[in-house]
Design a protein around this ligand. Structure first.
Ligand SMILES: [Zn+2]
Length: 185
C-alpha cells in the first residue's frame, strides 16, 4: 500500500511541476488565444474598421498621393525607418494599431512589449492581419510580413520574443496608425 502511494505521488509530480512553471510565466497560450479573440475590446466605442476580406488595391501614384513620403517608402517600397524615431515606441495607451495604408487593425496595445530595439514590437498579432514571405536582403533569410488587406510592408518577425509565443514582430512605426480606445469616433 505504501509503495502504491509513493508511485502515485511520483506519477503526479511532473504534472504539478508543469503547472507551477506555466503559472510562473507572464502569459500562457490560453491568454494569447484570449488576446487574439477579444481584440475588438480595444476599439473605441462605435468604431468601424475595414476587414481583410475587402482588399485595397491602388496604383503607385494613388499610394503616393495618399501616404506621407516615409510611410510610402516603408509600406510600398519595403524601406526601414531609422531605429528609435517612432513616437509609437513610447505609446502606452490602450487601443488598436491599424495599418497606416488601409486602416486594417493589426495589433492591440496588449500585444505590445518593450524590445529595446527602437522599433514598436509585438509578441502576437490580430488573427489574419498579415501574410508572410521570406526575404534575402541580408545574408540570412528573414520572414517579412505585409498587410493582408493592402499588401503594405510592415516589418519582420523573429523568434527571440518573450514566452509563450517567443515571437517578436518588429514593426516600422510609420506603417502603423494608433487608435486610442478612448478616442471619439
Ligand atoms: Zn494595409
Amino acid at each position: 500500500m505504501e509503495r502504491r502511494k509513493l508511485l502515485l505521488a511520483l506519477a503526479a509530480a511532473p504534472l504539478a511541476f508543469t503547472r507551477i512553471c506555466a503559472h510562473a510565466q507572464a502569459k500562457t497560450m490560453k491568454d494569447i488565444d484570449a488576446l487574439q479573440k477579444n481584440w475588438k475590446n480595444f476599439l473605441p466605442a462605435g468604431a468601424t474598421v475595414p476587414s481583410a476580406s475587402e482588399p485595397l488595391k491602388l496604383s503607385k501614384d494613388e499610394w503616393k498621393k495618399r501616404l506621407p513620403p516615409q510611410s510610402y517608402n516603408v509600406l510600398r517600397e519595403e524601406g526601414t525607418e531609422r531605429a528609435g524615431t517612432s513616437p509609437l515606441n513610447d505609446e502606452k495607451r490602450a487601443g488598436i494599431y491599424a495599418c497606416a495604408g488601409c486602416g486594417l487593425p493589426v495589433f492591440t496595445s496588449e500585444m505590445k512589449f518593450e524590445s529595446g530595439t527602437g522599433w514598436p514590437s509585438f509578441f502576437t498579432t490580430i488573427p489574419g492581419a498579415f501574410d508572410m514571405k521570406k526575404d534575402f536582403y541580408l545574408i540570412y533569410p528573414r520572414t517579412e510580413y505585409h498587410c493582408k488587406r493592402c499588401g503594405g510592408h510592415h516589418g519582420h518577425v523573429f523568434d527571440d520574443g518573450p514566452p509563450p509565443t517567443n515571437q517578436r514582430w518588429c514593426n516600422n512605426g510609420v506603417s502603423l496608425k494608433f487608435i486610442p480606445k478612448d478616442s471619439k469616433v
